[in-house]
Every structure is written in C-alpha cells, then in structure tokens.
Design a protein around this ligand. Structure first.
Ligand code: ADP
Ligand code: ZN
Length: 434
C-alpha cells in the first residue's frame, strides 16, 4: 500500500526539490528583507543583500538567528506580515527558558497541517482511522498540529489534549482508537495504565502511534511498541518553524524525512558555525522556505543530529535526520565528561528497568555529584537492603561502561517517580541554581 499524503511532493526528484528550494528561498529572503527590520539589520551588518542570494548554495552568507534573537525581538520584532493577515499564535513550552511566540497566517497553518498529515499517512493513517490526539492543546503546538493533520487526512479525530489518563483509556477503548498521538513519555504511561487495568496489548485497536516533542531512544520505542501492541513512529518539530511535522518517520523507522519543500536543513559546527557535510554530527539549522507570518532564516535549533541522503525503501526522496541526540543545551558536562540523558535511558531499558527515571546533578565542594533515581519493577523491588544494593551496583557499572563516569544509583519503589503527561522532566541540574 502506498502511504503518501502528497506523492508528487514526497517522492519528487532531487532536481525538482532543489528547484523549489531555490525559487522559494529567493522570494523568502526578499520578503524578510522588506518586512523584518530586525533581520534586515543583521543582513546589513553581515554585508549581504537579497541580490546576493540566488540559490541555496548562497545560504551560508546569511546570518544565523537564535533563541536569543527571538527573545530580543519578542513579541512582534520578527513578524513579517501585517497583523491583520495573521490568524493565530502558538508558543514554545518553555523547556529552556522564556517562551517565544510564533505567528501564523491561514496559509502557514495549512502548510503546517499538511506536514502533520504527511506524518499520519506515513504511519498508515487513512480516513478510516480514529486518531486520538493527546498532545496538549492550546499554546503548545503538539495538539493543534496533529489535530489539523488528522482532519486533513480525514481521520475521525478525538481532540483529547493531555492528562486525565482514565478518560483517555475509556475513549480509546470505547471508540476503538487506531492511532495515538502524544509524547513518548505519555505513551509509556498510557501503556502502563492499560496494563494496570488488566488490558493486554491486543485488547486495544491501536495500530500506530506518532510520538515526539521530546527525545526518546530506540529502547523506549520497543518498550512502547510492546506495551501498546503498535508501531511507534517519531515526529519532530519546533514552534519556531511551525510545530511538529518538520520531519517524520516512514515505515522504515530509521530516521525522519524532513519536509524539504518547506524547510531547508543545514548541519553546522555549534562552536564555529561552519556548515558541515551530510553524515556529520552537528547542530541542525532550519530556514523556512515559504512561511509568511514568522519566517525564520537560518534558525539554530540547538538540536544535535546527523542528516542522511541514503535512498529510503519507502520511496520518499526527502533528506532524513537521525533522532536528535538531545539539545546541545541538554548535554550535561559532568566531571568534564559529556553526558546525554538518552544514553542513560538506553542503559536503563537494556538492563530491564522501566523508563521512569530522574537525573540530579549538583556541585558539592567543587566536585560534580551525579545521581540517578530509577524506579524498580515490582518484581525487582525487594525488602532486602543487600539485594537492592547489589542491583544498584550492577546498574552503576553498566552506566559507567556507557558514560565513562560513575553515577550514584538510587533504586526507588515502583510508582514513586512522577509520570509525565507532556514533555518529561528528566534532568534536574542544581548547579545552574547556585
Ligand atoms: P521548547 O523549546 O520550549 O521545548 P517546543 O515545544 O517548540 O519548545 O519544542 C521543540 C523542541 O522539542 C525541539 O527543538 C527539540 O529539542 C524537541 N523535540 C521535538 N520533537 C522531538 C523528537 N521527535 N525527538 C527529540 N526531540 C524533539
Ligand atoms: Zn522513508
């Protein structure tokens, strides 16, 4: 079965994609120059004018935008069209500081929803599906984005928003939901809650899940696929570029196709800003090629990943990005060693622990402390201190093998780490508070 929402775009030739990108970029740079004094000043400072940008080959001449720019220009400084043309704002979830707002014209919303529709169809969605959206609705882009995509595909949409897990489960079972959209941490929680209510994975009608908005590992994917009896697909995006649907996974499940007709992706060295070749790990930078309300050029996402142009078995021709390894500002430097939460998640799930954990880093007497609180499964939980200590030691050794440094492991009783209904908070870095 062909799973494309817009086949002529999703499987277009490289020449065609490049042609779209070049035409749209030239128009977009002029649009921004004419309408956004903030960015025009940046261009002038860099000594570039719209005439210098003739194709994506010239993109490297343009200055970057960062979250700091968005905060400085808050709220209207990067708006590129009169407000009367805008129909909505959305805002970041504020994971890494002050929120930023993004503006949308009706065309921007259509474009965004089409990207989400591509993701739903790639996961096997059709107008026969019942699509349960339990990303948060409101300012957060997850709910509105997938809701719009689900409408475009013609699915019967359950606009649940996040939270109230009992009701989620009741609607899922009563209405025979077939597609689930939420954060991976909430999907894991729903899986756990279903099991507690005595449901087996085959008791629900779900076939696929579209999970994103936060980092998750391959091990987490397998765990969710098992507990819900589904195929779990990744979806990526950020408010600054519209929301979820910038890229999405196909049935190959080996990275996410970037919607290159709308977003031009570059990978740069986060230290020097130099553009790196495909296949190299670095910071992802996006240029919106055709958004009108809030079109960011060369926006630094802080997300670290690798781009690949290897041919994909699904037939899509758009470039693929690996799962982000985490944000560059998520990376912890503990006792001089780089540590990503995803590495810790990988070890935990491999060692048979549930994906419920919290990492606490602090600095005591000039030395970093590194504690990981990990929930036990009921089978593993023991009253015997010696048994628990042995398990803690074993897990600390597995962590050391992966990370190169020794954390202090604290095994805690089942159900004592707070579950997440949206983006999970995995790291508490108290060093920043000092
Ligand atoms: P905030 O920056 O406040 O969290 P957003 O809600 O716009 O604001 O979140 C966008 C960020 O979420 C991305 O830059 C990325 O770090 C993360 N993200 C989104 N989707 C994924 C995904 N599939 N995998 C890993 N990280 C993701
Ligand atoms: Zn593919």
């Amino acid at each position: 079965m062909e799973r494309y929402y817009q086949p002529e775009i999703e499987t277009a030739s490289r020449e065609q994609i490049t042609q779209w990108q070049n035409e749209r970029l030239v128009k977009q740079v002029k649009h921004v120059w004419d309408n956004v004094p903030y960015y025009r000043k940046k261009m002038e400072a860099a000594g570039v004018t719209p005439e210098d940008i003739k194709s994506v080959e010239d993109l490297h001449k343009l200055p970057f935008l960062s979250k700091a720019d968005l905060r400085e220009a808050y709220p209207y400084g990067l708006l590129a069209t009169p407000l009367k043309n805008c129909v909505r704002i959305q805002s970041t979830s504020g994971t890494t500081g002050k929120r930023v707002v993004a503006f949308y014209t009706q065309e921007d919303i259509d474009l965004w929803e089409e990207c989400c529709a591509r993701a739903i169809v790639a996961a096997g969605g059709t107008n026969e599906d019942v699509c349960q959206v339990c990303y948060g609705y409101g300012l957060f882009t997850g709910g509105p984005g997938l809701n719009g995509g689900s409408h475009k595909v013609g699915c019967m949409t359950l606009p649940m928003s996040s939270g109230n897990t009992d009701r989620q489960i009741q609607f899922m079972m009563d209405l025979d939901a077939t597609i689930l959209c939420c954060t991976p941490s909430y999907a894991a929680y729903i899986g756990e809650s279903l099991a507690e209510k005595g449901y087996k994975p085959e008791d629900n009608k779900l076939k696929a899940g579209i999970f994103g908005a936060e980092p998750w590992t391959e091990e987490m994917r397998q765990e969710i696929e098992k507990s819900l009896g589904i195929k779990a697909y990744d979806i990526y995006g950020l408010t600054e570029t519209s929301g979820p649907g910038v890229s999405f996974e196909c049935e190959e499940q080996t990275g996410m196709h970037i919607n290159e007709d709308h977003f031009y992706a570059e990978i740069i060295d986060p230290e020097t800003g130099e553009v790196l070749p495909d296949g190299t790990k670095g910071e992802l930078v996006f240029t919106s090629l055709d958004k009108k309300g809030f079109p960011l050029l060369r926006y630094r996402t802080k997300d670290i990943c690798i781009l690949s142009r290897k041919k994909c078995s699904c037939g899509r021709t758009h470039v693929k990005m690996t799962k982000p390894l985490g944000r560059s500002d998520d990376m912890m430097i503990i006792r001089g060693v780089n540590v990503f939460p995803s590495q810790i998640e990988t070890v935990l799930l491999k060692e048979g622990y549930p994906p419920n954990y919290q990492i606490v880093v602090d600095r005591v007497k000039n030395t970093d402390t590194f504690d990981i609180y990990v929930e036990c499964t009921p089978e593993r939980f023991s009253d015997k201190v010696s048994e628990m200590q042995a398990s803690e030691k074993e897990l600390a050794m597995a962590m050391r093998a992966m990370l190169g440094i020794n954390p202090k492991i604290h095994l805690v009783a089942p159900k004592t780490i707070e579950r997440s209904e949206g983006k999970a908070v995995r790291v508490i870095d108290k060093r920043k508070l000092h």
